[in-house]
Design a protein around this ligand. Structure first.
Ligand code: B1M
Length: 217
C-alpha cells in the first residue's frame, strides 16, 4: 500500500519522478483521489510553504516542489475530471495580473471539471482585458479569480468593479480564492463567493449556478 506520507516527502524534496510514480501506484491500488491529493500532494506543499515562509528553503526549491506537484496532478487530473458528462455550466478561471501562482487555481479548475463544469482557464498573470474578452466570448456563468499575494489581491477588486460597471452581474457570478484571500476580504470587494479550497469551491460554484438559474427562470 502506497505511503502517502512518503509521497508528501518526495514532493517536499522535489522528486518529480517519484511523486508521479507513487501517485500512479496509489491510484492503481484504488486509493481515493481526494486522499492522495490532500494527504500526499497538498500535505507536502503545505510543508514547502512553511519552510519557504521561514527562510529554510528558497525559490529554486519551491519551484522543484511545484514541478513535482504538477507531475502528481497530471495523473490525478483525468481521474478527478472523469465523472463530467454534459457541462452543467461554464466557469472562466484565472490568476490575476501580477501573480504567477497556478497550482491552487489548477486544482480548483480540475475539480470543477470533475463536477461537470466547462472550464476555460486563462492561466496566470491575467489582465482585466483578458477576463473581459473571455466573458464576451464564452458567456460564463461564473468567473473565478485566484490571488496568492497581498500585492495582487487588490486586482480582484479592480476587476469586480469593472464587471459591475459593465452590468455583468445580471448574468454572471464572481468567486475569488487563493492563500491571500479571506471570506471577509471577498465580501468587502463584492465577490459573490469565496473559495477556501477546491472541494468547497466546487460546492459554492454549484450553489451560485443554482441561484443564477433560479434568477433567470
Ligand atoms: Co510564492 N508566495 N512567491 N511561489 N508561494 C506564497 C504565496 C507565500 C505565502 C510564501 C510565504 O511567504 N510563506 C508568499 C506570499 C506572501 C504574501 O503576499 N502574503 C509568496 C511569495 C512572497 C512569492 C514571491 C514574491 C517570492 C519572490 O519572488 N521573492 C514570488 C511571486 C511571484 C509572482 O506571482 N509574481 C513567488 C513565487 C513562487 C513560485 C514561482 C516559486 C511558486 C509558484 C509556482 C506555481 O504556482 N506554478 C511559489 C509557491 C509554490 C508558493 C507557495 C510555497 C505554495 C503555493 C501553492 O501552490 N500552494 C506559497 C506558500 C503557501 O501558500 N503556503 C507561496 C498549494 C495550493 C494547493 O494552495 O494556491 O493556496 P493554494 O490554493 C488553494 C486555495 O487557496 C484555494 O484552493 C486551492 C486548493 O485547495 N484557491 C482557490 C486557490 N485559488 C482559488 C480560486 C478560487 C477558489 C479557491 O476561485 C476562483
Amino acid at each position: 500500500m502506497t505511503d502517502l506520507a512518503e509521497l508528501a516527502q518526495h514532493l517536499i524534496d522535489g522528486h518529480d519522478a517519484d511523486v508521479a510514480r507513487l501517485t500512479r501506484d496509489a491510484l492503481d491500488e484504488g486509493r481515493a483521489p481526494a486522499a492522495i491529493l490532500e494527504q500526499g500532494l497538498i500535505a507536502g506543499m503545505q510543508v514547502v510553504g512553511e519552510r519557504f515562509r521561514d527562510n529554510i528553503i528558497f525559490v529554486p526549491e519551491v519551484l522543484v516542489a511545484a514541478r513535482a506537484m504538477k507531475a502528481g496532478l497530471a495523473h490525478l487530473e483525468p481521474v478527478l475530471a472523469a465523472c463530467g458528462i454534459e457541462p452543467i455550466g461554464t466557469y472562466v478561471i484565472g490568476t490575476v495580473k501580477g501573480d504567477i501562482h497556478d497550482i491552487g487555481k489548477n486544482l480548483v479548475g480540475m475539480m470543477l471539471k470533475g463536477a461537470g463544469f466547462r472550464v476555460i482557464d486563462l492561466g496566470v498573470n491575467t489582465p482585466l482585458a483578458k477576463f473581459q474578452a473571455a466573458i464576451e466570448e464564452h458567456r460564463p456563468d461564473i468567473v473565478g479569480m485566484s490571488a496568492l499575494l497581498t500585492t495582487t489581491m487588490g486586482q480582484m477588486k479592480v476587476n469586480i468593479e469593472s464587471f459591475r460597471a459593465a452590468g455583468l452581474f445580471d448574468r454572471l457570478r464572481v468567486m475569488v480564492g487563493g492563500a491571500a484571500v479571506s471570506e471577509d476580504y471577498a465580501e468587502s470587494i463584492g465577490a459573490h463567493a469565496y473559495g477556501a479550497d477546491a472541494p468547497s469551491s466546487v460546492a459554492k460554484a454549484r450553489s451560485l449556478l443554482a441561484e443564477l438559474k433560479a434568477a433567470r427562470a
